[in-house]
Design a binder for this molecule. Structure first.
Ligand code: AMP
Ligand code: MN
Ligand code: MN
Ligand code: MN
Length: 280
């Protein structure tokens, strides 16, 4: 909790790879006594209208968001856009291109699976039959459903994760470009889960330098499942680079019980909350 409020600025619905529909997500957030909620689906704003309406009914302050896939050097990174206008023409056309990138990458990954004697065409059809933008989570689930792996984690470990046989490096736009879309939509760009990229200290500082130069305004200091030392490290980096701090669970699925909605550690006092000038 932060300033007595339960704030969660990073969540997913079935419009990307979450398991709950936007309305179900908001109902769960209300039950979890969340005061301020952002929906941040991967590369889509499709769930925002429903979520906003349900949040208003539930008395939750809603933040329109998105989690955009980007590249920094050879690394895929995720940039949260918060308090944005989903009707921004630039953002809308950019997200259509992201969807096309995702569809192409999914075809390539399934092609790799076919060369590995797995039913790539059927798996592709399984993914394409799902609502929402296609993600590796959907493909991992299809591999589980077809009995090829035991659980989604195994799908990433055996096939889909970085360095695995069916991994396809995504050609996401550069981080500067992605931050530009978010700013054009009036939003603030926050670098999601900075500790999850496996970067050395020096590489992380270079990433943050580039992110700041591009107009990035915040980093996710408190992220779901983070060890407390990551909070300290991220807080230090936020202060050093002049970023404000966001907090978010990265909630996807109630069955992943170690990663619930809300219930996040407090943002350290020395970090300016990203919501300070944004809340109504
Ligand atoms: P994509 O955006 O299509 O590359 O899919 C990435 C999504 O897959 C992430 O947002 C996570 O939800 C999920 N994911 C990534 N790595 C793993 C993993 N090792 N185990 C389970 N889910 C993962
Ligand atoms: Mn995800
Ligand atoms: Mn992410
Ligand atoms: Mn996420």
């Amino acid at each position: 909790m932060s300033a007595g409020l339960n704030i969660d600025l990073h969540t997913h619905s079935s419009c990307s790879d979450g398991s709950l529909k936007p309305a179900e997500l908001v109902a769960r957030a209300a039950a979890a006594h969340i005061d301020v909620l952002a929906l941040t689906d991967h590369d889509t704003t499709a769930g925002l209208d429903d979520a906003r309406r349900c949040a208003a009914e539930a008395g939750i302050e809603f933040v329109a968001g998105v989690e955009i896939s980007a590249s920094w050097r050879a690394q895929s990174v995720h940039v949260l856009g918060l308090w944005l206008d989903p009707d921004s023409p630039q953002l809308r056309s950019a997200l259509l291109r992201q969807a096309e990138q995702r569809a192409q990458r999914m075809r390539k990954i399934c092609g790799r699976l076919t060369t590995m004697q797995l039913p790539g065409d059927q798996l592709l059809a399984d993914v394409e039959a799902q609502p929402g933008v296609p993600t590796r989570t959907h493909l991992a689930q299809a591999l589980v459903t077809r009995g090829i792996v035991r659980c989604r984690q195994d799908a990433f470990r055996k096939f889909l994760g970085r360095g695995r046989a069916a991994h396809v490096a995504a050609e996401w736009p550069a981080i500067e470009v992605v931050v530009g879309w978010i700013m054009a939509a009036g939003g603030v760009a926050s670098l999601a889960h900075p500790a999850r990229y496996g970067l050395s200290g020096g590489a992380c500082r270079r990433l943050l330098t580039d992110f700041a130069a591009a107009g990035g305004g915040a980093i996710e200091v408190v992220s779901g499942g983070n060890a407390s030392n990551h909070i300290e490290t991220s807080a230090q980096l936020a202060v050093k680079f002049g970023f404000s701090g966001s907090v978010g669970s990265d909630f996807h699925d109630p069955q992943l019980i170690w990663n619930p909605l809300g219930r996040l550690a407090k943002l350290p006092d020395r970090v300016t909350p990203v919501w300070r000038d944004r809340r109504q």
